[in-house]
Design a protein around this ligand. Structure first.
Ligand SMILES: [Zn+2]
Length: 183
């Protein structure tokens, strides 16, 4: 399994980033049992039957990506329609119980819910698509300057720098060949 190029983003974006192209192949962390279990563990979303949750997670991933890239609420709302939070008092403390129409949605629902939270808390313009050619990754720009452009400096950042350098070099008027990463 290829290593994910970008990790550590908030849950909804991290879910979107579980699918990425590299060297002409599309990788899907959710399609690999070990990758899927690891991803669930990373986000505190462990379930008894992870493999049943892969398709709902893919649906949530597609819904969030569509909303980020093209707008449109319906697909995210369709994910959220699989569950609801019921407030209750538990041992004298306020609590919330997630009720679902199927256990398979247990990790996907909170991801969609967290996307709504992210939309309401992220400063304007800070949810951003990496500017790297062919890159599909999303991040929340938490930098002080608010000028983060790349998923990572070691990946797309470096490639962009190399490309700019190449184009500044006399005699190199055409763009360099696409790197294999830019599938
Ligand atoms: Zn990138």
């Amino acid at each position: 399994m290829a290593r994910r190029p970008l990790t550590g983003e908030p849950l909804p974006l991290d879910l979107v980033n579980t699918r990425w192209p590299a060297n002409g192949v599309v990788h899907d962390e959710l399609g690999d049992p070990v990758g899927l279990a690891g991803w669930l563990h990373e986000h505190g979303l462990e379930v008894d039957e992870p493999r049943h949750c892969a398709e709902p997670l893919r649906a949530a991933r597609a819904a969030i990506r569509l909303s980020l890239e093209e707008g449109g609420d319906d697909q995210v709302n369709a994910v959220l329609a699989h569950g609801s939070l019921r407030p209750l008092l538990e041992d004298g403390a306020p609590s919330e119980h997630l009720e679902l129409d199927s256990e398979a949605w247990r990790p996907a629902w909170p991801a969609a819910r967290a996307y709504l939270g992210l939309l309401s808390t992220a400063p304007p313009g800070r949810l951003r698509h990496c500017e790297g050619t062919g890159c599909v990754l999303w991040f929340l720009d938490t930098s002080r300057s608010g000028r983060r452009r790349w998923c990572s400096m070691s990946g797309c950042g470096n490639r962009a720098k190399a490309k700019a350098h190449y184009q500044r070099t006399p005699g190199n008027r055409t763009a360099p060949r696409r790197s294999p990463h830019e599938a």
